[in-house]
Structure formats: C-alpha cells, structure tokens
Design a protein around this ligand. Sequence first.
Ligand code: KG4
Ligand code: ZN
Length: 330
Amino acid sequence: MLILAIETSCDETACAIVKDGVEVLSNVINSQISVHQQFGGVVPEVASRHHIENIRNVVCEAICQANVSLDDIDAVAVANSPGLVGALLVGVSYAKGLAFGLNVPLIPVNHINAHICANFIAHRELCPPFICLVASGGHSHIVNVRGYTDFEVIARTRDDAAGEAYDKVARILGLGYPGGPAVAKRAENGDENFLKLPRVKMVGSFDFSFSGVKTAVINYVHGCVQRSEELRIDDICASFQLAVNEALCQHLIDVAIERNIDTIALAGGVASNAKLRELAEKFANENGLKFYCPPLNLCTDNAAMIGCLGYYNLQAGITADMSLNAIASV
Ligand code: KG4
Ligand code: ZN
C-alpha cells in the first residue's frame, strides 16, 4: 500500500511516500523558516502563498526520491486540521486534485494525531495503548492512544502551548524565530536554578498553563532592562527550559500512573528538545514505564507522519470525498 502524503498546516510544505504505514520511501520538507524569520513568527498569508509556489516541486521531488511513479500510488493522505486555514487549504486542494485525477481514495488526517504516529514509524514494536505528550507550536496535549485511530485527549493547555511559550521567550530575549532551538542552545551553558519560575498544577485536572512562566520571564527581563542590569540569557533560558520541561514530564507521568498504562511517548516539535527527552526518559525509568520518542526529523512537521496515520485511517475506512475542507481548530 503506497500512500502519497501532504502536509501544509503551518510553514513547512512537505510530501512523503509511505509504504504500508511505516516504511518511509521519501520525506521531502521545504521549510519557510527563513521567509518568516524577518517577521519574528509565521505570517499566515505569506505561508499560504509560499505553499502554493512550492507544493508541486515538493510532490515531484518526493515521487522522484521514492523512485515510484504516480501510477503506483494507492491513496492520497492530507493534513486537513488543525492549522492555519489558508495554509491547510493549499494541501487539501492539491490532494483533492491528485486523488481525483488518479482515481484513488482521499484520506483526511489530523495533524496532531499524526505527530503521535511518528513514533510508529520509528519504533515498530510500539503499539497502543500508550500515553503520549504532543507538544508543538500550537498544542500541548496529553493523549491516551487507545488504538491506531482512537485518540482520547486527556489534558491540554489552558493558554499558551509549550512551543509558543518557547517562541515568545526567545523573542523577548532577541533570539529570533523559531525560539525553541535557540533557547535550547543558549540553555546548554546556563544555570537552570538561576530563576525560580512557577510550575502550575490545576486541582482535579492534568491541564497545562504556560502563560505564567512566560510572563514571569518577561517581567524579569523588563526589570533587568529598567535597572540597566546585564541579562544573563544562558541562565534565563536554562531556568525557563527546566520549568516547562518539568511541567510537561510530570503531567505525562501522572496521567500514565492514573490510567495504569505502562508506556509513555513524546511527539511534536518540542519533543526535539534534548533536555525534555532526557527528563522524560529519567521519569519513565524511575516509575518503571517504557519510553518512546521519534528521531528529531520526525518530531517537527513532516509528511511521513501524515502518511502513517493516513494508512491507519484508510484501514479503518476513514476517507473523504471532494467536499473535504480545511478546519483551523478541532
Ligand atoms: O510540531 P512543530 O514542528 O509545528 C507545529 O505543529 O506547531 O512544532 C514547532 C514548535 C515551535 O514552537 C518550536 O519553537 C518548537 O516546536 N521547537 C522546540 C525545539 N525545536 C522546535 N522547542 C524546544 N526545544 C527545541 N529543541
Ligand atoms: Zn506540528
């Protein structure tokens, strides 16, 4: 079963050819990061226009690298939610045209759940049930993966997503976009106990809140600037990273224990944070849980993960007709 998968939910135009759900024959990503860097974040309208310009080349490159022809494709999968609606629409429209022209099924894929499926590509022995933390620029979910197409969201963020908090803190520190990798780099030489930052725990809920820790950093930075004090950027980054990562890992472990599930996993762009991976693995070991995490290139946005969940969706009979639309939030 060869699936051609398309991903255009944010600032990556991506296409992958995936065999039987987990064998990635090609995984092409055209990143627009350099385009958006000058604005300090993703500009939706600019992203849509670049997807339109890039998608044909990206799809052709994926087919070429996989050494297949369009006639070999059995189905077309596309991320149709959640994301920037104009950006999603480019992928959805292209996928519809391709599926119609090839007379093959069109498969709608949820981007967040697809992030989780990156784990299936990397770890063939992994199977549901497990508890997965999906931390990206737009979402911080703890998901009970009950089956390959059965995802129960147990916790989410009440305000900022973890990646969003990383990006905003990077911005105030003048570290540029995307903020996560920049903060992680500066944190390498920092003292993580330099600033005491809040960890939020809601009563009766595993939900996250990251706006408090973000605001605490921003207020601290403003205070330093007003007093003309030198900003200890490495130490601030290390303290912030520890606060966010501890909250993410603690809630993940708490959910696994409460649900009595012996396996945890990470997914999403923030899962490429080395300290988060380290801490989650440490917590898992301390609690006798199995731990999984995708390789770095499958943590951030890509189309291989769309092909993987697309495969499972098709097996479950989840397909769409030509009325498929892009949905910004789910
Ligand atoms: O999953 P993703 O590629 O796109 C979305 O679906 O949002 O995640 C992007 C997010 C950005 O906020 C970025 O700053 C964050 O992931 N990120 C990181 C790291 N690499 C990317 N955050 C912390 N540490 C990293 N190493
Ligand atoms: Zn994503």
